[in-house]
Design a protein around this ligand. Structure first.
Ligand SMILES: [Zn+2]
Length: 204
């Protein structure tokens, strides 16, 4: 059982939350996807993979297999962190596509299919997309999809790094005035307020 604090979902975009799956929420560094069980838990908390699929994969796979996939997920995370670092602050142009080749290679492994289901609340038939979860590696696909969504749906001009000292969290600023500065007011925002207050008291 893991004693880690719950994972953080403050980025306002799942693909960026994935970058924040390693952070220093208090004093110590926590990597929520440090191993297979961590990856399964993060995917469950983030709602990226249906809980029954996760249970099935976890029951079927060898622990070492899941640990290996967690390693691949960490590689993917650090690769995407580099991409975001290179591009944030300006809109993505056509030349970003070649940098995204590794992500396209991951996405082409998808085993998605459509199925017609009865939509209970809408009382109508609907086309739902589903996915075959053949191997533990397939857990990387919804992560890749979340990263791809960041690329196509977010304006990179407004992807920001938290201004908190030593904070590594990133987020998409969706506020109206684009004035968001902190990963969360409760953590870094508060720390900054306290620090500013202390400075004011010191210099009368
Ligand atoms: Zn922060």
């Amino acid at each position: 059982m893991s004693l880690d604090p719950p994972a953080m979902f403050v980025a306002d975009a799942r693909g960026l939350d994935f970058l924040n799956s390693v952070a220093t929420p208090t004093d110590a560094l926590v990597d929520w996807i440090a191993d297979g069980p961590g990856l399964i838990s993060w995917l469950r908390q983030g709602g990226l993979v249906p809980a029954d699929a996760l249970r099935e994969i976890a029951a079927r796979a060898m622990p070492s297999e899941l640990d290996r996939v967690a390693g691949q997920a960490r590689d993917l995370r650090e690769w995407f962190r580099g991409f975001v670092r290179d591009w944030r602050g300006r809109p993505l142009g056509s030349d970003a596509v070649k940098d995204l080749e590794p992500l396209n290679r991951l996405l082409e492994r998808d085993e998605a299919y459509g199925r017609i289901v009865f939509h209970r609340d809408g009382d109508h038939l609907a086309l739902e997309s589903a996915r075959r979860w053949r191997s533990p590696e397939s857990l990387l696909i919804p992560i890749g999809e979340a990263l791809a969504r960041v690329v196509v749906e977010e304006d990179f001009t407004h992807i920001k790094a938290c201004e908190g000292q030593n904070c590594t969290l990133v987020f998409a600023d969706h506020t109206r005035g684009r004035a968001r500065r902190w990963c969360s007011m409760g953590v870094c925002g508060n720390r900054a307020k306290v620090a500013a207050h202390r400075r004011r008291k010191k210099s009368p």
